[in-house]
Design a protein around this ligand. Structure first.
Ligand SMILES: NC(=O)c1ccc[n+]([C@@H]2O[C@H](COP(=O)([O-])OP(=O)(O)OC[C@H]3O[C@@H](n4cnc5c(N)ncnc54)[C@H](OP(=O)(O)O)[C@@H]3O)[C@@H](O)[C@H]2O)c1
Length: 258
């Protein structure tokens, strides 16, 4: 691995080095998204993101999970990719304990339909309880069944109110937040101004086709230029880390109050 921009010290590519390169800010809630795209902007290949990924991408994916308190993910990604519970990794156990984090990140699934496989390991074998974020008018029978196997957060009616949902996660002390998409969820997070950071892996592939982009949703009224803070290359894959511009009127901790 070669770091082209950024100043991480240590052995390039090691877990410690990556953990330093992707460290969360010392305090305040922070929502980072991690996505992969092809050179021509596709967010999936043959229906999944796996065909766009690489060994290094998976290593970074794992480190970002190991650093966060909570993974926020849309239900379609959970269904398509067969999401499993977060796992405890011994390499990060000491660091997580020292930071007061649970041994594994909480997986928080955003869904209106509650069309989830409640017999899957995500609900039957989680190390830490899985969270389901839904609406106050979600189907009552499904809601009751879901509440038996997951912690349910309701935020909004008709659609999950994402600023409220993210504030609820922060309110549980989960300030290091990671969204793994998919593109429709990320589209809303971006449009709602909730995205503090985008970790975008660029795969050296041209796929064509009609795959959505990584941000798939309403146009963003307040389009802002992101700031590149880290760029790593391995085998033609680029691993970028962009932060939102510094906004003197709105610090990340303001979100806790939204
Ligand atoms: N390139 C990448 O990095 C990447 C990352 C992740 C996923 N993917 C790919 O992207 C595809 C899935 O992404 P997607 O964009 O179609 O879906 P998604 O964002 O993963 O999930 C969309 C679903 O999330 C729920 N949802 C989202 N916003 C909601 C809101 N405000 N209120 C209530 N529910 C809400 C709904 O679930 P219900 O339908 O249950 O109501 C909705 O159908 C898969 O092919 C996956 O492989 C790619």
């Amino acid at each position: 691995m070669e770091q082209l921009i950024g100043n991480t010290s240590g052995t390039p590519g090691s877990l410690e080095w990556l953990a330093q390169a992707y460290a969360y800010p010392a305090d305040g809630p922070w929502l980072r998204a991690n996505m992969v795209a092809s050179l021509d902007g596709a967010a999936r290949l043959d229906g999944l993101s796996d065909g766009l990924s690489s060994e290094a991408d998976k290593r970074i994916f794992g480190v970002l999970r190991a650093l966060c308190d909570v993974v926020l993910v849309g239900a379609e990604t959970v269904r398509a990719e067969g999401y499993r519970p977060g796992r405890a990794r011994k390499e990060f156990a000491e660091q997580r304990a020292a930071a007061g984090q649970l041994p594994a990140p909480v997986i928080a699934v955003v869904t209106r339909s509650l069309d989830l496989d409640l017999s899957a390991p995500l609900f039957t074998e989680p190390l830490v309880p899985t969270v389901v974020i839904t609406t106050s008018d979600a189907p009552a029978d499904r809601l009751a069944r879901t509440a038996e196997v997951a912690e349910v957060i309701t935020a909004g009616t008709g659609a999950v109110d994402l600023p409220r949902a993210v504030a609820a996660l922060t309110g549980r002390g989960w300030r290091r937040q990671l969204s793994e998409g998919g593109p429709r969820l990320l589209g809303q997070l971006a449009a709602d101004g909730l995205l503090d950071e985008l970790c975008l892996s660029v795969a050296p592939l041209v796929t064509g086709g009609d795959s959505p982009r990584i941000v798939n949703g309403p146009g963003i009224a307040d389009v802002r230029r992101m700031r590149l803070v880290s760029l790593i290359e391995e085998k033609g894959f680029l691993f970028t880390r962009y932060l939102r511009p510094t906004d003197p009127d709105r610090s990340p901790s303001d979100r806790a109050l939204t």
